[in-house]
Design a protein around this ligand. Sequence first.
Ligand code: SF4
Length: 64
Amino acid sequence: MKVIIDPDKCCGYGECVVTAPGLFEIGDDNRAHVMRDGELSRLDAEMAREASYSCPVEAIDIAE
Ligand code: SF4
């Protein structure tokens, strides 16, 4: 599973960080970044999907 954030869409409000604090962080550029990638645990994968649903601008894509 790969989690991809579109920096052109991200507005940096941080809903993804609230939903999945171990997976996302807001960088110095005021955009969300994925803290880890590749093989996610089942729980991380669920949190990534929830974060994707919660993003108000649909900036988070998940490639299974
Ligand atoms: S929820 Fe979406 S718009 Fe908000 S910081 Fe996360 S990726 Fe960016």
